[in-house]
Design a binder for this molecule. Structure first.
Ligand code: S3P
Length: 440
């Protein structure tokens, strides 16, 4: 445990870059490990979650190395070439590593044990076990749905046509990854479109992937199995989910004016920008460009007075990881915001509805926790009381959202453990302090 104290900040100013996108970094390692030849990836997120993926791909035969300049080279084993690891694989805190790898392993004739930390061991794995069992994998799990898992992949995998019951890019990607070493067409039908980094990267690597919009916000994704994947040479854009903490902090701390460079702007990830704009935030999108096959831009954010919202103007899946910090924004707005349809937040690295309800109310915010969301009455821009202690619950986003809260409180906010921040945002404290934050 390493305690973190966040005190009132006077205004954030400067130009910063956030670490590489976590979702894209995981996929870059996994897919380049299946390519034929050597891939080069620059700007990879070197957080603990992605390092768990790197270690797992090494254990299954890929050569994954960081050069002194910070770029990564990956020598792939080819689709179908993953080998039996000689020990259980440690997934750490990473749900993405666990679910996507379960998919990859499902269509390889190997048997793999996956373990994780206390947070990950509480998260539901039934959502991947069920479809991957139809592919042909035999998966044993504690109580049929929790880590540790033992996955015996199939030597005769079947292509499936699957409609996930929850909107989840991890479930979709797990099925598509299983479909790589499976003959025929694997099909995923999503009723709500989720982040499409897997589809984009697979297409860039030469796989036959077709996406059809269903006209109702959903998508059908069809992957032809057994492609020969070309290696990649790419830059990973900055993570919008990490930038979100800076977007909210600069919006609610009077006098702020910051620019975040090179942020990924995938249309299925930028809900936080729409939501904050609905509340009155001053965010300008500059220098739009393409980074690593994904749209990217610089974001200039100035302090603004916020008003409460009930309709964030976007589907929750486009900002699923950003709600903890959006709740902090709502705590500083004028009026009562109401957020609903967020039951998925209860099965993230922590139960993020109850964790944020506890964090905010311990620091003087008026709120009402709902079954599937939260009602938050904002201070109208006045500093909040603060002085509360927050339990981070092994959840990086709860820890970071609470530091943003502490920047607008009269008395500092104490976070019991800041170490989970290293899963997604190494250097967070130093970066915040370099632009005017007061974290210790
Ligand atoms: C992710 C998808 C989301 C998100 C997670 C990363 C991904 O999870 O919360 O942080 O990389 O595919 P779900 O698929 O469970 O919604």
């Amino acid at each position: 445990m390493s305690q973190l104290i966040s005190s009132m900040a006077k205004g954030l100013t400067g130009k910063v870059q956030v670490p590489g996108d976590k979702s894209i970094s995981h996929r870059a390692l996994m897919l380049s490990a299946l390519a034929i030849g050597r891939s080069f990836v620059r700007g990879l997120l070197e957080g603990e979650d992605v390092m768990a993926t790197a270690a797992a791909m090494r254990a299954m035969g890929a050569h994954v190395e960081r050069s002194t300049g910070g770029s990564w080279t990956i020598d792939g084993v080819g689709v179908g070439g993953l080998r039996q690891p000689d020990r259980p694989l440690d997934m750490g805190n990473s749900g993405t590593t666990t679910r996507l790898l379960t998919g990859l392993i499902a269509s390889h004739p190997i048997s793999v044990d996956l373990n994780g930390d206390a947070s990950l061991s509480k998260r539901p794995m039934g959502r991947v076990i069920e479809p991957l069992s139809v592919v042909g994998a035999r998966i044993k799990a504690r109580d049929d749905r929790f880590l540790p898992l033992t996955i015996k992949g199939s030597d005769m995998p079947m292509p499936i046509d699957y409609t996930p019951p929850v909107a989840s890019a991890q479930v979709k990607s797990a099925i598509l990854l299983a479909g790589l070493n499976t003959p025929g067409n694997t099909i995923v039908r999503e009723s709500v479109a989720t982040r499409d980094h897997s589809e984009r990267m697979l297409m860039a690597m030469g796989a036959d992937v077709e996406t059809i919009e269903d006209g109702d916000g959903g998508r059908i994704i069809k992957l032809r199995g057994e492609p020969a994947l070309k290696p990649i040479d790419m830059d990973v854009p900055g993570d919008i989910s990490s930038a979100a903490f800076l977007l909210v902090a600069a919006t609610i701390i009077p006098g702020s004016d910051i620019t975040i460079t090179g942020v990924g702007m995938n249309p299925l990830r930028i809900g936080i920008i729409s939501a904050l704009k609905c509340m009155g935030a001053d965010i300008t999108v500059l220098n739009k460009r393409d980074v690593g096959g994904e749209p990217a831009a610089d974001l200039r954010v100035k302090a603004a007075r916020l008003k409460a919202v009930s309709d964030i103007g976007t589907d929750p899946s486009t900002m699923i990881d950003e709600f903890p910090v959006l709740f902090v924004a709502a705590a500083m707005a004028t009026g009562t915001s109401r957020f609903t349809g967020l039951r998925e937040l209860r099965v993230k690295e922590s139960d993020r509805l109850s964790a944020m309800a506890a964090a905010l109310s311990a620091n003087g915010v008026e709120l009402h926790e709902l079954d599937d969301g939260m009602e938050i009455t904002g201070s109208g821009g006045k500093h909040l009381p603060g002085g509360g202690r927050v339990a981070a619950q092994l959840d990086h986003r709860i820890a970071m959202a609470s530091t943003v809260l502490g920047m607008v409180t009269e008395t500092p906010v104490i976070i019991d453990d800041g170490s989970p921040i290293g899963t997604s945002f190494p250097g967070y404290v130093e970066l915040m302090n370099s632009i005017g934050g007061a974290l210790m």
